[in-house]
Design a protein around this ligand. Structure first.
Ligand code: ZN
Length: 318
């Protein structure tokens, strides 16, 4: 199975209709359509409904008709239209009072159990909301900015500049040695036994492949081969905490010598498949939750699912 097929936050069920964002008559017509739906977003979460019992099955976004919303256009972004013709909007709310009687689900907690449509809507809504919160003022002149293009740009009336949603590329890589063992690391702020793939942000002026080589060497001392196929791109998923796009790789090391930086990474180890499976079964090693691309990179190397993770129980805040 391709890595992309298993990435929970890379799913979507709506057409973003980006070509219509600047067409205010089209957006207004969609907003006034009786079938259009609006969700709220606040602090990386949205109101949810639970139709199942217990383990998270049957969770969906709680949305309402536009006629039930008194949102101002400034506070609304257009998310897209599904194959049935239903259009979806998000209202950016300053707190959770609008749905005080609902459960709220945060993206990290519910992103893996929502259906494709709702997962895509929530990822996009959270990513837009994070960008919007950070761009209330113009980064050039400091004037208050105004929402444009159905929430997909912000215009500065002071210096006439336009600003668009930002995404920060980050690389995340499972490094393999010549015995096909995997290099996993533990960040200094993590609990003992938590291990994951190495990762880091792409620098300005740097290619993603160069970032893979640089980050692996900085964090672990391990050197990645210089041949083009020593760094293999496998897929990406948005990670809007607050604004990352995770680019996933497998990379081949030239040696096994580890020298961790001691700051970001506290320890790093090579694991054979047998060692990692045993450690996961014993609980002495815990891997990231299945919503993460890290988990998918590890399981793709392993060749199947591994037991246990470090996620919290499905934590849903009111
Ligand atoms: Zn400005």
């Amino acid at each position: 199975m391709a890595l992309l097929d298993t990435l929970m936050l890379a799913r979507s069920g709506v057409d973003r209709c980006s070509e219509h964002r600047s067409d205010s008559a089209w957006i207004t017509e969609r907003w006034q359509d009786a079938g259009s739906r609006v969700m709220c977003v606040n602090d990386q979460g949205a109101p949810i409904l639970r139709s199942g019992i217990g383990n998270g099955d049957g969770i969906e976004l709680a949305m309402r008709s536009v006629s039930d919303s008194d949102a101002e256009p400034e506070d609304v972004s257009f998310l897209g239209t599904d194959p049935d013709g239903t259009s979806y909007f998000v209202e950016h709310v300053p707190d959770r009072a609008c749905h005080a009687d609902h459960e709220w689900g945060n993206l990290r907690d519910v992103g893996g159990v929502l259906n494709d449509r709702d997962a895509g809507l929530l990822v996009t809504a959270v990513a837009l909301d994070n960008w919007r919160i950070g761009h209330q003022r113009c980064p050039k002149c400091g004037a208050l900015t105004i929402s444009k293009q159905a929430g997909w740009s912000r215009r500065c009336p002071g210096c006439e500049s336009s600003h668009f949603p930002r995404t920060d590329p980050a690389v995340i890589m499972l490094v393999k040695d010549d015995q096909d063992r995997a290099l996993l690391g533990r960040q200094g702020r993590w609990q003992e036994g938590w291990f994951s793939t190495l990762a880091g942000f792409v620098d300005p002026g740097e290619s993603a492949e160069a970032a893979v080589r640089r980050e692996v060497h900085e964090e672990s001392g391990v050197i990645i081969g210089s041949e083009p196929d020593d760094v293999e791109y496998l897929g990406s998923q948005p990670w809007p905490f607050p604004a990352s796009l995770m680019l996933g790789y497998h990379a081949r090391a030239t040696g096994t010598q580890i020298n961790v930086d001691g700051e970001e990474i506290a320890e790093a180890r090579w694991f054979s498949r047998e060692e990692l499976a045993r450690a996961c079964e014993e609980g002495s090693v815990r891997l990231p939750p299945s919503i993460s691309i890290a988990r998918r990179l590890i399981e793709r190397w392993y060749g199947g699912e591994l037991p246990g993770d470090w996620s919290r129980p499905l934590g849903i805040k009111r």
